[in-house]
Design a protein around this ligand. Structure first.
Ligand code: MSP
Length: 473
């Protein structure tokens, strides 16, 4: 029976253009969405942009652009970028959408029993948009390691969400995998953070923050960006105007390791406060490094995603970041590794295989498998249900390599030479069957390539592509 599946991605800040680190959320979610679509399920796939907060407001001012114009332009860039990655989202939300703003205010009102006002003094990182503890401030010598910016001292009146109201329930939900946090070592980190978590500030005084959603009933306060941003996952479905139970709770939420804390504590606390179920699975991916180092403008080692795309095209980008980046760990990108992956793997293992097998079939007049039916691969499905996408991709790639080995071992051309034409035909047909099966497993990762391969080997007559799928460079 067909199921409804909901998958979400973190919504990036629009304080700049997309960078290579942004590809993970989209590629992982897209792979899952395509896998579920293939199973015949109905998928809703959200993407969007996070457009409020001081960081964005300041950037707009620096570039002398009215803030609305600035966020419109950058949100557009993200939408174009996501499409270039071959990512097929179904819903796009901007936190400046009128419906979103109104719905977040409704959410605030529903949470009022768990909200109180208090004053606070502490260290704040504008890059992270969060207060840090005195300990964190000390350990990092007063400078945020993620943003290389000094923490600023803030003293203000804020509204707080009483995390303590939900701690026990949330802890039990995480421990029992009611909300499954992956990988496991991150789940342990989150349990520890939850234990120590104070109540969280969910507003800022208007004099500090003007670019945000007003707090209902208090003109002097504006909502904290995280409350606004996290709510997108349900406002995009129409909450609270609409019944969202067809798609909520989400089947999968994808985020980076730096923002897992917001999704493991504040977000579930909001949901519990609203009486909504928790997402089923929350996965956190690592960061993209280059040559083992963090990318930064000052180091001059920033990798531009459009350059990566232009070099060998989209399948190569998807291949590299979905297979060579372990789903749950940091990944390393260097042009050298990228070249090797393209030439030695995509071009050699897959491109050559397609060319070679299609040529052999054509020569021996072997038609395509027009009635091809895919087999079931339980192991692959099991890895997919653990959300270990890079491992599932490995599994599919091993199948490709095995076909190459079979061709070398079984030498259909030698059989022809020996006059064993029927035997050769059997071998070729069975190789085509293997390739079409492997191709099914590849599809969520390399959708365009997979369509091409299916077309070649399910046509009445097999014709090798005029230009190889991945010409060597
Ligand atoms: N706006 C928040 C997310 C709100 S979600 C309700 C935010 N934006 S972000 O632009 O900083 O990051 C967007 C996504 O990209 C996050 O999942 C983040 O972890 C990811 N990455 C940002 N830099 C990254 C790398 N260098 N490498 C991999 N992922 C990175 O956080």
């Amino acid at each position: 029976m067909s199921k409804n599946i909901y998958v979400t991605t973190a919504i990036p800040y629009v304080n700049g253009a997309p960078h290579i680190g942004h590809v993970f959320d989209y590629l992982l979610a897209d792979t899952y969405a395509r896998y579920q679509n293939k199973k015949g399920n109905k998928v809703r796939f959200q993407a969007g942009t996070d457009e409020h907060g001081n960081k964005i407001f300041k950037k707009a001012a620096e570039s002398n652009t009215p803030v609305k114009e600035y966020v419109d332009k950058n949100s557009e860039k993200f939408q174009e970028f996501i499409k270039k990655l071959g990512v097929e989202y179904t819903d796009f939300i901007r936190t400046t959408d009128e419906d979103h703003e109104r719905r977040v205010q409704e959410i605030w009102k529903k949470l009022e029993d768990h909200i109180y006002k208090d004053s606070y003094e502490g260290w704040y990182c504008e890059g992270c948009e969060r207060f840090v503890t005195d300990n964190e401030h000390k350990e990092n010598d007063g400078v945020c390691p993620d943003h290389q910016k000094p923490y600023i001292k803030l003293e203000e009146e804020n509204y707080y969400l009483r995390i303590s109201d939900f701690k026990d329930e949330l802890k039990a939900a995480i421990l029992s995998d009611t909300i499954k946090i992956l990988p496991d070592f991150r789940k342990k980190e989150m349990l520890k953070l939850l234990e120590d978590s104070p109540d969280v500030s969910i507003s800022r005084p208007k004099k500090q923050l003007t670019w945000g959603i007003p707090v209902p009933g208090d003109d002097s306060q504006v909502m904290y960006v995280w409350l606004d941003a996290l709510s997108n996952y349900i406002t995009v479905l129409g909450y609270p105007d609409k019944d969202i139970s067809d798609f909520w709770p989400a089947d999968l939420q994808v985020v980076g390791k730096d923002i897992l804390r917001f999704h493991s504590i504040i977000w579930p606390a909001i949901l519990l406060g609203l009486g909504l179920p928790l997402p089923k699975v929350l996965i956190s991916h690592g960061f993209v490094l280059t040559g083992g180092a963090k990318m930064s403008k000052s180091l001059g080692n920033v990798v531009e995603p459009l350059e990566v795309l232009d070099k060998y095209g989209l399948p190569a980008l998807r291949y590299y970041f979905l297979r060579h980046a372990d789903t749950f760990l940091d990944a390393d990108f260097t042009w050298e590794k990228y070249d090797t992956a393209y030439n030695n793997e995509l071009a050699n293992d897959l491109g050559n295989l397609v060319q070679r097998l299609a040529t052999l079939c054509k020569k021996n007049e072997i038609g395509g498998l027009t009635e091809f039916e895919a087999k079931e691969y339980k192991e692959y499905d099991a890895i997919m249900s653990d959300f270990y996408f890079s491992k599932a991709f490995d599994y599919a790639w091993e199948k490709v390599q095995k076909i190459n080995k079979r061709i070398d071992d079984e030498k259909p051309w030698a059989l022809v030479k020996e006059g064993k034409n029927e035997e050769a035909a059997e071998v070729l047909k069975s190789l085509v069957d293997d390739l079409l099966n492997a191709n099914e497993l590849l599809e969520p990762f390399l959708p365009d390539t997979s369509v091409q391969i299916r077309k070649i080997f399910t046509s009445d007559s097999i014709v090798p592509p005029a230009v190889p799928l991945f010409p060597k460079k």
